[in-house]
Design a protein around this ligand. Structure first.
Ligand code: NAD
Length: 236
């Protein structure tokens, strides 16, 4: 049958790869003021600080590797007989490097730059600065990290809601359920009649919205759940 699985991932799936989550005590995010580094106003006020913050994150991509949870989701996409759509809130490239293809980066990508002047997007592995001209329109100071900041509209929302409204199984992995609109996806999937499952280290803020919840490290619980799906033990 035409079964469809929609999976939402958050910072927790990359934690065991060595990428800090949002809320880790002592993690990168706790040392910065989010309003300064993750809002359009922060960028306008101090672009060098914001570039520096994302340049550090971007340079760390080459030092981290996908973990068993990323690989299990790529395996699910390859082997499942229905549709598998992966929506990530993460801006790292670990799902892609693990082999996932049907992937939506709803909060953008660290490895891309966006020109605020002409709207062009560019693969970007190096440091960004206010002195670099846009490769397309040559405007200086207009390149920004292609990430969605607080107060901005996440990408591909129409495609996401369409998939949620037609899914049979919804998995939420490694996300605290505190950042909207992603935190609401479980309710959209439930309205569509999907079975909803949380896979997280600990109960998230909206665990009560899920039909099923499994708690533990993603590298253990995600491969185990993927095995259950692929062996037909989950009704999807
Ligand atoms: P979050 O930090 O708010 O929540 C992470 C969740 O993962 C927590 O509930 C935590 O219990 C869980 N977790 C931690 N370690 C885990 C593990 N080993 N296995 C399973 N779960 C684990 O992150 P969020 O919900 O993704 O929202 C934060 C926002 O910050 C997002 O918008 C995201 O774009 C951004 N962010 C991205 C990255 C990244 O790209 N890797 C990293 C940090 C933050």
């Amino acid at each position: 049958m035409g079964s469809s699985i929609v999976i939402l991932t958050g910072a927790g799936i990359s934690a065991e790869s060595g990428v800090d989550t949002f809320r880790d005590k002592g993690g990168i995010w706790s040392r910065y003021d989010l309003r300064e580094v993750a809002t359009p106003e922060g960028f306008a006020a101090n672009p060098a600080l914001v570039h520096g913050f994302y340049n550090d994150r971007r340079s760390q991509l080459s030092q981290v590797e996908p973990n068993a949870a990323h690989y299990a989701l790529a395996q699910l996409e390859r082997q499942y007989r229905g549709q598998v759509l992966l929506i990530t809130q993460n801006i790292d490239d670990l799902h892609e490097r693990a082999g996932s293809h049907n992937l939506i980066y709803m909060h953008g990508e660290l490895a891309k730059a966006l020109c605020a002047h002409c709207g062009s997007r560019h693969e970007w592995r190096e440091a960004l600065s206010v002195d670099i001209p846009c490769p397309d329109c040559r405007t200086k100071g207009a390149l920004r990290p292609d990430v969605v900041w607080f107060g901005e509209m996440p990408y591909h929302m129409e495609r996401i809601y369409e998939a949620l409204s037609a899914c049979n199984l919804f998995l939420s992995i490694g996300t605290s359920g505190s950042v909207y609109p992603a935190a609401q996806f479980v309710e959209e999937a439930a309205v569509a009649g999907a079975h909803t499952v949380e896979l997280n280290l600990e109960p998230s803020e909206n665990v009560y919205n899920f039909d099923e919840a499994i708690h533990g490290p993603a590298s253990k619980i995600v491969p185990a759940y993927v095995d259950r799906i692929l062996s037909g033990q989950v009704n999807a």
